[in-house]
Ligand binder design. Structure first.
Ligand code: ADP
Ligand code: MG
Length: 464
């Protein structure tokens, strides 16, 4: 087997071995660029994929390659961009549409980050599917294996296993993405598929009542193979809509048609609905969507970067992933800004710029005062506040000072000059300390624990 064949074989082996999301993120389109002695030079799509392969997946990939090639070899990964046939990077990103629209309309009143965080979806007529929301593009991570596996099963055999399939979870955790992904898969299979947010269902019903066409309305919903209804919590308190949904549900369920429901709360918290549908849910599957873990967030960010043809530095992605934890929608808003900044400046985005973007999202809690940060930091170091603000450069005092500066910037609304003043130092000293701490925390888990502990105490006001 020649090297090219060996790499192709290994590539296909790896495609089978790794889960789809990982494979797509790290290895998709990886090509053999050269063979230098015993070293296979492999071209991959980004620095991030390169680092990941070099550091974490190396043994795995090497083992597979050695097996197919039948000889011991090493590998080196390089960033290799295939000839770009892709569209203009990011030209279809919500941000760019927004910018264009803003320029036309001059409605720049609302801060950009807020508009980006809440892209206006109205342009997509409500029940139309977003082409990006597919199963391939959903990154399950370990925390969402179950819901992902179930969605795949439903997409493969609608109507036959989990019926209804009920996904619940708080905002921005991928419920709509999964519903639409199932819808895409079912459509492709030629099934009559209706995806409908429950508000659209309600509007449709209101229209039908107004135009006396409820019969048609019923026909429409009761003749489908797959009905996916999003954000069903909005049906709460709307009796006619619930009534209509209840009958639709019963009809479809009786015909073994697939029903998929997403909600921000459990069926048991949707009281009236649950009373009537309780018996039906027992035959189905209820799963919650979980917030993505750190590694999943990195993988999601990386996929977005690849989509845009952007090579965002790894430490920037790590910073975004480590500070935006609760939901993917927020992560997306931040990423859009990072991407825009990088594209506009035409060079690598700096950590500083990233911190500023993140700060725009994570407004510090107004009630955290500088004095509070100083006091708790001093106490946890066995020091007095005036030690920290004083001149001494003793190791322990110095460390406490840096921790306090870091937390002051991270947690309070004080500006850099204000913080500087409180410490009797310049604002650039504060900024320097802040960045140094960011790095130090990454290297030193004891320090990280200490800082988190102080942060907790500052927030909870627990004085013991
Ligand atoms: P929800 O309906 O739960 O509020 P969405 O489905 O609208 O959340 O998800 C918000 C955004 O995050 C979407 O752009 C979606 O594609 C993305 N997203 C959420 N979870 C994932 C994931 N695990 N992998 C990839 N993208 C995700
Ligand atoms: Mg949703």
């Amino acid at each position: 087997m020649n090297p090219q064949e060996a790499w192709s074989a290994a590539y296909h082996q790896l495609e089978l071995q790794l889960d789809r999301a990982s494979f797509n993120t790290w290895l998709r389109n990886a090509v053999l660029l050269a063979v230098e002695g015993d070293v296979f030079v492999i071209g991959v799509i980004s620095t991030f994929a390169r680092d990941m392969l070099q550091q974490r997946l190396y043994r795995n990939v090497r083992r597979t390659l050695v097996e197919t090639y039948g000889r011991p070899v090493e590998m080196r990964f390089e960033v290799h961009k295939p000839e770009p046939v892709r569209e203009m990077p990011g030209s279809d990103a919500p941000l760019f549409q927004l910018l264009a629209r803003q320029q036309q309309q001059g409605d720049a009143q609302i801060p950009l980050h807020e508009r980006v965080a809440r892209p206006q979806r109205a342009e997509i007529p409500e029940s139309e599917l977003n082409p990006r929301y597919t199963l391939e593009r959903f990154i399950p991570g370990s925390e969402n294996q179950m819901v992902y596996a179930a969605a795949n099963a439903v997409a493969e055999r609608p109507g036959s296993i989990y019926n209804p399939f009920f996904i619940y979870g708080s905002v921005g955790l991928g419920k709509t993405h999964l519903l639409q992904a199932i819808a895409h898969a079912c459509k492709q299979r030629g099934l009559r598929t209706v995806y409908v947010p429950s508000e659209a269902f309600i509007n449709d019903l209101v229209d039908a009542i107004r135009t006396r066409s409820t019969v048609m309305f019923r026909d429409r919903y009761r003749s489908v193979d797959v009905l996916l209804i999003d954000d069903i919590q909005f049906l709460a308190g709307k009796e006619s809509s619930q009534e209509e949904f209840f009958h639709t549900f019963n009809t479809l369920h009786g015909l073994n048609k697939q029903i998929v429901i997403a909600s921000d709360r459990l069926p048991s918290d949707l009281h009236t609905l649950e009373d009537r549908l309780r018996s039906r849910f027992s035959g189905g599957l209820v799963i919650d969507a979980q917030p993505p873990a750190y590694e999943t967030r990195i993988a999601i960010l990386q996929n977005w970067a690849i989509d845009r043809g952007l090579d965002v530095p790894r430490h920037v992605l790590e910073m975004v992933a480590s500070r935006s934890k609760t939901n993917v929608r927020e992560l997306e808003g931040i990423f859009n800004q990072v991407a825009a900044t990088q594209q506009l400046s035409r060079r690598d985005i700096t950590l500083n710029a990233t911190v500023d973007i993140l700060d725009g999202y994570h407004r510090p809690r107004e009630n955290v005062s500088l004095a509070r940060v100083l006091e708790i930091t001093a106490r946890q170091h066995g020091l007095k506040v005036h030690d920290i603000t004083g001149k001494s450069r003793l190791g322990r005092i110095n460390q406490a000072r840096q921790v306090a500066m870091y937390l002051a910037r991270d947690m309070t609304v004080a500006s850099l000059p204000q913080i500087g003043e409180a410490f009797g130092r310049t604002h650039s000293t504060v900024l320097h300390a802040y960045h140094k701490m960011l790095e130090d925390i990454k290297q030193d888990s004891d320090l990280e624990r200490l800082v988190n502990d102080i942060r907790e105490r500052v927030l909870t006001h627990s004085d013991d």
